[in-house]
Design a protein around this ligand. Sequence first.
Ligand code: PHE
Ligand code: FE
Length: 303
Amino acid sequence: MDTAADHADFFKTLEEKSDGGKLRGDYDRADARYVVEQEWAGYTAQQHALWRRLYQRQARLLPGRACEVFIDSLAKLDAAESIPRFDRTTEALFKATGWQLVAVPGLIPDQVFFEHLAARRFPVTVWLREPQEFDYIVEPDVFHDFFGHVPLLFHPVFAEHLQEYGKGGLKALRHDALKYLARLYWYTVEFGLIESRQGLRAYGAGILSSGGEIEYCLSDPRPRRILLDVERVMRTQYKIDSYQETYFVIRDFQHLFAATEPDFSPIYECLDALPALATDSLLETETNLPPHVATAQLSSTGG
Ligand code: PHE
Ligand code: FE
């Protein structure tokens, strides 16, 4: 796995994926697992200030929109003022759920990514976006990776689920079924919604690190909101350059855990024979859940 040929392969695929563009990260210093030093002292005052602005904009939007555990864990991270030190976060995180953060230059090969997750190591990109990318960025940066993903790693059931996902990823590679598992990740870990006693909330990192989608996903009448069904999700295509047209809803993290626990091998076999579903499809058997209507009390708790 760690041969030069495999690495060259990774960069070639990425070049193709990104229309010949090259990755932004500096991969020269990465080790065999693509891990680098965070080099926290190298961030500039401007970068810390941009982080602070991103954090403030996003934190204001969380009450009434993000799931409770996300809000509570984020508050404990002490990451409002500057780009956080991964080693400090790891200290708290390791005590809570046994997870660690590792710094990476950017996107890493699927197999390496899964190996990290399977070992309870979460890869976090070291570089921060440029000011002109405040609202939108294509490749994940430290703000998306840290702000969006890290808080949920403090939840014991989600933490367990993500490790299982890592193991499942290695298995999907062996089954040539990565496409299906990637869709599941997209519609859960990145863009998942969750029910709460107060109504619908977001738990997906792609939503929670986005200034616009965090409101759109909950209250806009246009997208579909469907109760999670693993096989259905695995058949559903997704868009990476616009808001989602469909969101999948879990009842709680135990629901997500239980739904993904069964052996996927037989599912993978069947899926090859079924057509993919469009991003905006709604099957006859499915209910499109109503959008969430924020109450005055909920929408005024921001700040
Ligand atoms: N149960 C899945 C399998 O057998 C693995 C998995 C677990 C995938 C959790 C996603 C999330 O492949
Ligand atoms: Fe992500």
